[in-house]
Design a protein around this ligand. Structure first.
Ligand SMILES: [Zn+2]
Length: 190
């Protein structure tokens, strides 16, 4: 069992049949992904991601099953008023995994025989951080609202939640700018 700020698991005990080998490797921790990983998934986290991963030998020589979860809180922008919104999410996953010795780290197998997605790792030491961050990011809603009835921004960029007295004024201003207003000026008789 590991518990630290990264998500590295040493799967070497699963790879050999020698005494001291194991049928499963379990890890959990609180992950602070590096900037590169966060950028790849367009993530802004409010704190570390909690995670747990179990990798089991499924009986074949190099075939494994990875089961895990990741949860945390991300900053998102309200789609109407652009203020900061904190969104909690939790992802759970089960995926087949295979060991194909190479220089490469954990990756999705693109040449699997069937349509099923498979993870492949080339080194016994596996960094699960990019996978965990990606699965967490997928679980987040595409857009967020600070509240159901968010009034959004006025044409001048004023937050109407903070200035509800401007809502009517803004509505009138928008009516003036409506693209349909232009249609009034088109002479349909010509
Ligand atoms: Zn809002």
């Amino acid at each position: 069992m590991v518990s630290r700020r990264d998500a590295l698991l040493n799967l070497a005990p699963l790879l050999n049949r020698a005494p001291g080998s194991a049928d499963e490797v379990v890890g959990e921790g609180r992950l602070e992904p590096d900037a590169e990983v966060l950028e790849a998934d367009d993530l802004v986290l409010a704190g570390p991601l909690a995670w747990g991963v179990t990798v089991r030998n499924t009986g074949g020589d190099d075939d494994f099953l990875v089961e895990g979860w990741v949860s945390g809180t991300a900053h998102q922008e309200c789609r109407r008023c652009l203020t900061d919104v904190l969104t909690e999410a939790r992802a759970e996953f089960v995926m087949p995994m295979a060991y194909l010795p190479s220089e490469e780290g954990l990756r999705l197998d693109e040449v699997a025989d069937d349509d099923e997605e498979r993870l492949v790792f080339g080194q016994p030491e596996v960094d699960f951080a990019p996978l965990l961050a990606q699965l967490f990011a997928i679980e987040l809603p595409l857009t967020a609202l600070c509240r159901e009835d968010c009034k959004g921004l006025s044409l001048d960029g004023v937050n109407l939640n903070e200035h509800p007295e401007l809502v009517e004024e803004d509505r009138a201003a928008r009516a003036d700018e409506s693209p349909f207003e232009v249609l009034k000026d088109i002479d349909l008789t010509s």
